[in-house]
Design a protein around this ligand. Structure first.
Ligand SMILES: Nc1ncnc2c1ncn2[C@@H]1O[C@H](COP(=O)(O)OP(=O)(O)OP(=O)(O)O)[C@@H](O)[C@H]1O
Length: 266
């Protein structure tokens, strides 16, 4: 049967996950996970180490194919889609361990991300047609504009590895935004940051959320970051959802307190 196009209304979910389960051999890393994210939401996903959080992000972004369940991005089922196809549907992400091209300049990292969105055919690239030159100029202009907006234009020609860690994180977030996502997945963006940079990150994520028309889903161990930023938080432990609610509800939830007992990250 052919897939029918899905009509999207303004408040249709950007992401729907139903019954998502992921097994690695005998280990069930994610079990019957469900969530709906709507346009403009800023939602958190927390849980102790090894709870299955990054596995959920890997499933949503197409790095893994689920053992069971369904994921829809803007109404489109993503089962069987490769990561670049999921990106094309509007999902961009950052990684726990920053993933930037360290042999390329900051500007080129952003340009590569824009290429994915504003590409041109193989023929145009090889023949260096007028279309190619116009697109290249547009990509460069947009990349420089983004760097300027994020006050990174002074680092355009640097390679990321020469930047302070906090700025590398920022470049990675800007790289993800260059893909013009509808849904931005941030996987532990505060990991490895000092307390000053963590405060800067909170301001940055809040500003992005207010300024860009996107939904943000964030994993983070720094509870102050989650408490300050998220409208609601989902908590998993051993792959199972154990709680969901506002930051205040989560902070006082008995199952969450029990899950984190002995874990000094909350
Ligand atoms: N590709 C894989 N193959 C086998 N096991 C995996 C794989 N990816 C994750 N796991 C296992 O699945 C479980 C969940 O891992 P995951 O990385 O999703 O947890 P997490 O909640 O993101 O943890 P952390 O907060 O430490 O990053 C862990 O037991 C992990 O070892």
């Amino acid at each position: 049967m052919t897939q029918q196009p899905v009509s999207q209304t303004e408040n249709s979910p950007v992401l729907e996950i139903r019954g998502l389960t992921q097994r690695f051999g005998g280990l069930t890393a994610v079990s019957d996970f469900n969530v709906e994210l709507h346009p403009g939401e800023l939602v958190g996903l927390i849980g102790p180490n090894g709870a299955g959080k990054t596995t959920v992000f890997n499933l949503v972004s197409g790095f893994y194919q689920p053992s069971e369940g369904e994921i829809r991005v803007c109404g489109v089922p993503t089962t069987g889609l490769k990561p670049h196809k999921v990106t094309a549907l509007g999902v961009a992400r950052t990684f726990q361990n920053i993933r930037l091209w360290n042999d390329m300049s900051v500007l080129d990292n952003i340009r590569v991300a824009r290429h994915g969105k504003l590409g041109y055919g193989f023929f145009h690239a090889v023949a260096r047609t007028r279309t190619y030159r116009l697109r290249e100029a547009e990509i460069e202009r947009e990349a420089r504009e983004l760097l300027e907006i994020f006050k990174l234009d002074g680092y355009a020609d640097e390679v990321p590895k020469n930047l302070p860690y906090g700025l590398q994180r920022k470049v990675e977030i800007v790289r993800a935004l260059a893909e013009k996502p509808k849904l931005l997945l941030l996987d532990e963006p505060a990991a490895g940051l000092n307390s000053v940079d963590v405060q800067e990150l909170i301001r940055l994520v809040r500003w992005i959320h207010q300024t860009f028309d996107i939904t943000i889903w964030m994993i983070e161990h720094h509870m102050d970051v989650m408490m300050e930023l998220c409208e609601r938080i989902k908590v998993i432990d051993f792959g199972q959802t154990i709680a969901e609610g506002t930051p205040e509800e989560i902070r006082n939830h008995p199952a969450v307190i029990t899950a984190y007992l002995g874990d000094d990250t909350i």
